[in-house]
Design a binder for this molecule. Structure first.
Ligand SMILES: [Zn+2]
Ligand SMILES: [Zn+2]
Length: 146
């Protein structure tokens, strides 16, 4: 049994091949897919899997901290399985979600006094560099330093 399966089982979740496939899909993706996009990928292996099953699988994985949920708004969460603690930059224009390196906030004493930290979720919302250049009418290619 893999460590992930063991973690799910210990937290009281059923371990199913579909749930493990959802994790694999997120682990391989680097573009922070939506539940619908995950559904499209996992459906290739499990043609009968429903979107609701994908959501409950994501919830189980998020519950044990194996998957992080990036909440853009209530209707379009994005996900990743990055094990490294990192923050996210959400572009309001193109919907891109970029990873931002972050110091280990789970070590912050104040949080640990309140309880056990399973996941840290830091989100920056704004306009990404590419969209900003487009908005300002600049060439998308990086300008040479003067
Ligand atoms: Zn953008
Ligand atoms: Zn990420």
């Amino acid at each position: 049994m893999t460590a992930l399966a063991e973690q799910l089982r210990r937290a009281g979740f059923r371990v199913t091949p579909q749930r493990l496939a959802i994790y694999d899909c997120l682990h391989e993706a680097d573009d922070h897919p939506t539940a619908e996009q995950i559904h499209d990928v996992v459906r290739r292996r499990f043609p009968r899997i429903s979107l609701a099953t994908v959501y409950s699988g994501i919830d189980a994985l998020a519950n044990i901290g194996a998957v992080r949920k990036i909440l853009r708004d209530a209707h379009s969460a994005r996900y990743d399985a990055g094990s490294e603690e990192h923050a996210h930059f959400l572009c309001r224009v193109c919907d891109r979600v970029a990873n931002v390196p972050m110091p280990a906030l789970s070590d912050v004493g104040a949080a640990e006094e309140i309880g056990e930290v399973i996941m840290v979720n830091v989100e920056f919302v704004g306009i990404c560099a590419a969209c900003r250049r487009r908005k300002l009418g600049l060439n998308p290619v990086t300008e040479q330093a003067t």
